[in-house]
Design a protein around this ligand. Structure first.
Ligand code: RAM
Length: 523
């Protein structure tokens, strides 16, 4: 893989230190299901009072979602510990994970993401210090085996929580509305726990920097923690570690050395441009804009290679060629076209800021050609919406991206989005990631009330189910939604879900800032 050492050195020098906080157990609980299948969490006898024998379980509740290192002091009651203790330690972000069958998981994504360990402890008394970093609110300890000559006791369980976000830096959100306040709080916690050495997508899984997720995290960051150097570091990492043809990779790793993954996605590469522009708008950092502009611009010309003779991005059967949403039934062609337009708008804006007249002209011409083609080739007169792929599929995602790309505007756009409500012949959204774009499209069309109502219904749905942090996947119509073949590997703290902190603070504060416009994010 290609590496630009100069940009990489800059990125690495900007990576943050982590703040550490010691968190203690809030209470001991028992997790079960009622006869309707609802998860019940009940207060239980304090863990320090138990004398644990074979088969016993203890569930510790840390009161909120944590990312960090767990430890607990182990003691023995009765004889000297004459055999090792065999424990199962299970970490859970959501209590439902404790009731799922890890061994029965057969999905395609690696089961090693399941936060469950079998641990032998040879010496007791001792401190059990778990080496790995976990994402959790609950820790369940089960005694798989123990000598009959003694019982195990537990004390001082704690978590050394880590994050590069500092709650003292969190800007205030002004609202007198309890629901908005709660959604903002959960979203900030989500972002906080995903802010590590880089913006991780999720601290349980995949624990790495993804381009598409970064765009949304950065937007929420500007309104909350304002840790703008972290965004800058992440932009430099992507720019320093492109694919061989210069395309920005979909995600990258830090360990053992910074390296780009071998996955590329059409839309994620283009989002580098939008993220760079948003960063400039938030910071006014002209030097970074100038330095990263060649990388951003080349994403347009790499993507342009996928345009067919009809000026429409060619469809592909390759799974994941373009992400858009985690819905395996979704055809991505129209979404990709809309995203290309959206990225072109951002690129044009950067060219204007940098007074790169030659590129501005070229990009504007390309934009006009592709926008006109979108309507000509993908608009279905009879169905009155954009269609995607050979099968002429209708999806919410396609309409959203055509709106955000500017292929349809004003009253026509509002009517189009209205039509999507309650329509049955369409592919729906399954992730908060796609919902973010949907809310953004409604705001661009001036549908402020509807945007707020949809946001409150959707993210409020997770809150009503007890979310401490917002989830990677949430489909109100299908609680078992998972593209991976099992919900046990789903992530319940996923930063692409922190949209409420962004939208509520930017558009729905009680005292709105002077001169604030409704079309803030769009280009
Ligand atoms: C999920 C990752 C990440 C996302 C990719 C495409 O598996 O967790 O959030 O960007 O999919």
């Amino acid at each position: 893989m290609f590496k630009n050492q100069e940009l990489l050195d800059k990125a690495v020098s900007l990576l943050p230190k982590l703040y550490e906080t010691k968190v203690e157990v809030a209470e001991t609980v028992a997790v079960s299901k009622d006869t309707d299948g609802n998860v019940i969490v009940k207060k239980a006898e304090n863990y320090t009072a138990r004398a644990l024998k074979k088969g016993d379980k203890v569930c510790l509740d840390f009161g909120d979602h944590q990312v960090g290192y767990f430890s607990v002091e182990l003691g023995n009651l009765g004889s000297h510990a004459d055999a090792p203790v065999l424990l199962r330690v299970h970490f859970a972000e959501n209590p439902v994970e404790l009731l799922e069958d890890a061994e029965g998981y057969q999905g395609w994504i690696c089961s090693s993401w399941i936060e469950e360990e079998r641990v032998h402890v040879d010496v007791i008394p001792s401190v059990l210090q778990m080496e790995r970093r976990y994402a959790f609110r609950y820790v369940e300890l089960e005694i798989l085996d123990i000598s009959s000559k003694f019982a195990l006791t537990l004390r001082n369980a704690s978590c050394r929580a880590v994050s590069s976000a500092n709650d003292e830096m969190l800007k205030e959100y002004h609202t007198s509305d309890a629901l908005k306040k709660n959604l903002d709080k959960i979203a900030c916690r989500t972002l906080h726990n995903c802010m590590q050495t880089v913006f991780e997508d999720g601290p349980k899984r995949d624990r790495r920097l993804w381009m598409g997720d970064l765009r949304m995290q950065a937007l929420a960051n500007y309104e909350t923690y304002g840790k703008n150097e972290l965004v800058k570091a992440c932009l430099y990492l992507f720019a320093a570690l492109p694919m061989e043809n210069g395309q920005i990779g979909a995600c990258l790793f830090l360990e053992p050395e910074p390296e780009v993954d071998d996955t590329v996605m059409f839309d994620y590469s283009l989002f580098f441009i939008c993220t760079l522009l948003n960063y400039y708008e938030a910071t006014g950092d002209m030097e970074t804009l100038r330095e990263l502009w060649p990388t951003a611009l080349s994403q347009i010309y790499i993507a342009e290679d996928k345009l067919g003779e009809d000026d429409i991005i060619a469809d592909s059967d390759v799974l994941g060629w373009c992400f858009v949403d985690w819905n395996l039934a979704l055809n991505k062609q129209a979404g990709a076209q809309g995203i290309f337009l959206y990225a072109l708008k951002a690129a044009i804006r950067i060219a204007q800021i940098l007074q790169d007249d030659k590129e501005e002209k070229k990009l504007s011409e390309l934009y006009t050609v592709c926008r006109d083609a979108s309507f000509r080739e993908l608009w279905d007169e009879e169905k009155e919406c954009f269609v995607s792929g050979k099968e002429r599929q209708i999806s919410v995602a396609s309409q959203v991206w055509m709106v955000l790309g500017g292929a349809i505007e004003g009253e026509a756009g509002r009517r189009l989005m209205q039509e999507m409500d309650g329509r049955e012949d369409l592919v729906e959204m399954v992730t908060p990631y796609m919902y973010h774009n949907y809310i953004d499209a409604l705001l661009l069309l001036g549908e402020r009330d509807k945007a707020l109502q949809k946001l409150e219904d959707y993210w409020g749905g997770m809150a009503r189910q007890g979310a401490d942090t917002f989830w990677e996947l949430y489909n109100p119509k299908n609680p078992m939604e998972s593209p991976y073949g099992g919900t046990i590997v789903n992530s319940y703290c996923h930063a692409w879900s922190c949209a409420p902190a962004y939208f509520l603070r930017k558009y729905f504060q009680d005292e709105r800032k002077q001169g604030e416009e409704d079309e803030g994010t769009q280009f």
